[in-house]
Design a protein around this ligand. Structure first.
Ligand code: AHG
Ligand code: MN
Ligand code: MN
Length: 337
């Protein structure tokens, strides 16, 4: 029988045997996983735990917060603030960075998260998740917001946890992507797949088609060609999926390939896109690249974007490499005209 490996054992081996992660980062990842376990329990309780519905407040992005957005944010902060592994945190649900209080020791890492991704799906019992990204704190005693503004290729760990039919944690520390499934009887995440690979080609795309009339020409062209199927220039039929939880859509792509797009559109022309660079696009882009896929904003590699603001938005095209390259080429051709 194959040996079963818990997340704890996996991380200890990464630290001790392979020397791939320092002890503090191992602790950080274990704590994040523990927080995700707790969020998973709240999600599972649903109406019984009185966790559904709106909290009646707005976040910095002007979005109505759901109760679970706030609960998940608090769980992540409380789990992470006292362990000594972090200097500060940043979240979709907090306008400003959260410094580790003075009563606790401070570590050298910065943690960024989207505590609850796919909020519109909470109340309808569809998959949602948590996304996280880890950076090293630059030199200096105090932590400022600008210390978080590092390009995605500087991440030292990234991952997400999807709360679906199973609770699954997906993780990279820069040496491939590993997947862990929560065993509720043991209370542990167990390694269920190592070295995930995204096929380079696909016949499946994910985009919110209701925004079609607002798209720019390269996105329109790409999707239009997919929709023409076998009779069109692509010479093959495409399937479409849109879950409206980035976590769940990316999880499908890491599992069986596909391309995910949330491009800039004309609804809010002043915004670069809908998704946030620091705690949605960057961690997902790194996971996808680590699995052999690609991630761009249409023009450049997401991981090379120099961030200017904590909550900045970005266009996202990610997934199977050949499709992402094609979309990016369409953008380059339009720019060259
Ligand atoms: P969040 O719930 O953290 O605000 O993120 C929701 C995001 C993302 O998960 C998803 O891909 C997208 O918003 C869905 O947007 P539409 O409702 O416009 O399709
Ligand atoms: Mn989100
Ligand atoms: Mn969110």
């Amino acid at each position: 029988m194959a040996k079963s490996i818990s997340l704890t054992r996996y991380l200890v081996e990464q630290q001790r045997v392979d020397g791939l992660i320092p002890a503090q980062l191992r602790l950080l990842l274990e704590v994040v996983a523990r927080a995700c376990k707790s969020i998973s329990h709240s999600v599972n309780k649903g109406a019984l735990g009185e966790v559904l519905g709106s909290a009646g407040s707005e976040n910095v992005q002007g979005e109505i917060q759901k109760k679970l957005d706030i609960i998940a944010n608090e769980v992540l902060i409380e789990a992470n603030e006292w362990g000594g592994h972090l200097a500060a945190m940043a979240s979709e649900e907090m306008d400003e960075i959260y410094q580790v209080p003075n009563r606790y020791p401070r570590g050298e890492y910065l943690l960024l998260f989207d505590p609850l991704d796919g909020s519109s799906n909470i109340d309808v019992n569809v998959s949602i998740g948590t996304i996280f990204s880890v950076l090293l704190k630059p030199e200096g005693v105090d932590v400022l917001e600008k210390d978080f503004l590092q390009a995605g290729h500087k991440q030292v760990a990234a991952g997400y946890c999807v709360y679906g039919p199973q609770t699954t944690l997906v993780l990279t520390v820069g040496h491939g992507v590993a997947m862990f499934t929560l065993d509720r009887e043991q209370g542990s995440f167990m390694l269920t797949q190592e070295d995930l690979r995204i096929p380079e080609d696909t016949q499946e795309f994910a985009i919110n088609m209701s925004n079609m009339r607002h798209w720019d020409a390269p996105t329109k062209r790409y999707i239009d060609e997919c929709l023409q199927g076998r009779e069109g220039p692509r010479g093959k039929d495409f399937n479409m999926r849109w879950i409206a939880s980035m976590v769940a859509d990316v999880h499908r792509i890491l599992t069986r390939g596909g391309v995910f797009m949330y491009p800039w559109d004309k609804r809010e022309p002043g915004k670069a896109g809908k998704l946030r660079l620091m705690y949605e696009a960057n961690p997902m882009a790194w996971l996808v690249e680590q699995a052999g896929g690609a991630a761009t904003d249409g023009q450049q590699r997401i991981l090379d974007i120099a961030p200017e603001q904590l909550h900045q938005r970005v266009s996202v095209v990610l997934g199977s490499k050949n499709e992402v390259d094609r979309v990016t080429q369409y953008y380059a051709q339009t720019a060259a005209k």
